[in-house]
Design a protein around this ligand. Structure first.
Ligand code: NAI
Ligand code: MG
Length: 499
């Protein structure tokens, strides 16, 4: 910890010194009702960063009450314009503290500092500004009814109290995706960050208060899934739950929501096909493949983990890919040279290494990687070698199950139909990539793949204005763009009798 401390911003050290970290309920920093805490760990070293108070049912209940009171009380009185100004102010505050957020994210999650600094934090700021824009543009319609002499119009109203349960792969950005759209639409929020990575959400909560967002509008309660998460998704006074995480957890959320029929939106996993045609710009495609799989240590729901390569170039392409992947620089996230950091947790390390063994047993050939990192300075952390599996067929477990680590399975295909058939041969449908210089082929494949996002001659590009979400078992509902407004508003028809 000593060496790490030296690298840290003064304000990060200060943030970490106030331990155990309290949760935000009704504008106040409070301990858990039970007094219980949990430890959050630096995945590069396995060392405890800080203790955090652990929310349980009782704390969630308090937070929901606070959110309800804020929703029925002060928050309703804020105009659309005032909500916009608060979101813009929050974005400015995050920008002012960008470096601090990046360090905190890297410390807690492990990701390379160049990624937290260049992706997570700026995307978070952009997201708040984008939805600040929407706050003043949400409105109903006047309807040309034929039923008689009526003035009939719609109101687009907030849903109410929203429970938001987020994962650990983009802790700050996922908090932004959830909170920004909800507040723009006038809702109040109880956010449960992932137990592995609670820190940036707590720091964000401090800035939410500093921005002047009223007490109770946003409550942030770190805790575990089966306790705090289940309490939130099952709460009878929560109107909607928004979830990002594993498919099996999504099913639990749906079951828990049945009590009061709360609305549910789910952004679940993926096993996304990335299809390389021989007529594509192969140099760019190689870079795109690397980004699509190894960004964020492969802990990305839309990662292009099933790499389909046209038969005639398969060997050559996969060989070149593994040569490049071998040179990815593994290291501690705070080191500015690092290109790939550790996985988020010991659990995740066990999961990914077990899939490496499964793949080898199934007959996949590790062209590079295939094991835990061997370097002595990486032994204490959760580092795994970036891995390219060749000789994979689409039926193998490594081709069908979400590994959520730096592992790609390369599979040959014959022609367009074969690529589409195999690409769709999965229970998931989150994203897909296509690389070709043939425009007709690009459109044909983009239409035929069953996925919520298709990238052509690019991968992993994002913008707050694009809808993101899944087909099939990758979930339902769309975050991003105008589409997220659907998740966080409901429509009322008002009839005025003019006779
Ligand atoms: P998870 O789905 O269990 O965790 C995500 C969030 O859900 C966390 O905040 C967790 O506390 C909460 N949660 C867990 N169980 C819950 C329950 N019964 N009720 C309410 N909330 C609950 O994912 P986990 O265990 O962290 O990771 C396991 C695998 O899930 C990963 O290896 C990966 O394959 C997948 N995953 C997918 C993500 C995505 O973005 N689609 C993100 C994180 C994980
Ligand atoms: Mg879990």
């Amino acid at each position: 910890m000593a060496t790490t401390q030296q690298q840290l911003h003064g304000s990060v050290v200060k943030f970490l010194s106030g331990a155990p970290k309290k949760m935000l309920i009704n504008g106040e920093w409070v301990a858990s009702a039970s007094g219980k805490t949990f430890e959050t760990v630096n995945p590069a070293t396995g060392e405890v960063i800080v203790k955090v108070y652990e929310a349980d049912k009782e704390d969630i209940d308090r937070a929901v009450k606070a959110a309800r009171a804020a929703f029925e009380g002060p928050w309703r009185k804020f105009s659309h314009y005032q909500r916009q100004q608060l979101l813009l102010k929050l974005a400015d505050l995050i920008e002012k503290n960008a470096e601090e957020f990046a360090q905190l994210e890297t410390l807690d999650n492990g990701k390379p500092i160049r990624e937290s600094m260049n992706v997570d934090v700026p995307a978070t700021i952009e997201h708040f500004r984008y939805y600040a824009g929407w706050a003043t543009k949400i409105h109903g319609e006047t309807l040309p009814v034929s039923a008689g002499n009526f003035l009939t119009y719609t109101l687009r109203e907030p849903v109410g109290v929203v429970g938001q349960i987020i994962p650990w792969n983009f802790p700050l950005l996922m908090a932004a995706w959830k909170i920004a759209a909800a507040l723009a639409c006038g809702n109040c929020v109880v956010l449960k960050p992932a137990e592995q990575t609670p820190l940036t959400a707590l720091r964000l909560a401090e800035l939410i208060m500093e921005a002047g967002i009223p007490a109770g509008v946003v409550n942030v309660c770190p805790g575990f899934g089966p306790t705090a998460g289940a309490a939130l998704s099952g709460h009878m006074d929560v109107d909607k739950v928004a979830f990002t995480g594993e498919y099996t957890t999504g099913r639990e959320i749906i079951k828990a929501s049945a009590g009061n029929l709360k609305r549910v939106s789910l952004e679940l996993g993926g096993k996304s096909p990335n299809v390389i045609f021989k007529d594509g710009d192969l140099e760019t495609a190689l870079k795109g493949c690397i980004g699509s799989v190894f960004f964020n240590q492969g802990q990305v729901c839309c990662a292009g983990t099933r790499l389909f390569v046209e038969k005639s170039i398969y060997e050559d392409f996969v060989g070149k890919l593994s040569d490049k992947v071998k040179s990815i620089k593994l290291g501690h996230g705070l080191n500015p040279e690092t290109q790939m950091g550790p996985l988020v947790s010991d659990d995740q390390l066990k999961r990914v290494t077990s899939y490496l063994e499964i793949g080898k047993k199934e007959g996949a050939k590790a062209m590079c990687g295939g094991d835990r990192a061997k370097e002595s300075d990486l032994q204490k952390g959760y580092f795994v070698q970036p891995t390219v599996f060749a000789d994979v067929n689409n039926k193998m477990r490594v081709a069908q199950e979400e590994i959520f680590g730096p592992v790609v399975s390369a599979i040959p295909f014959k022609d367009v139909d074969d690529a589409v058939f195999q690409g769709n041969e999965t229970t998931y449908g989150l994203a897909a990539g296509v690389w070709t210089s043939d425009v007709k082929k690009a459109h044909r494949v983009a239409r035929s793949l069953k996925a919520g996002t298709v990238w052509v001659n690019c991968y992993n590009v994002f913008d707050p204005c694009t809808p993101f979400g899944g087909y099939k078992q990758s979930g339902y509902g769309r975050e991003g763009g105008i589409h997220a407004l659907e998740l966080y508003t409901q429509v009322k028809s008002v009839w005025i009798n003019l006779d």
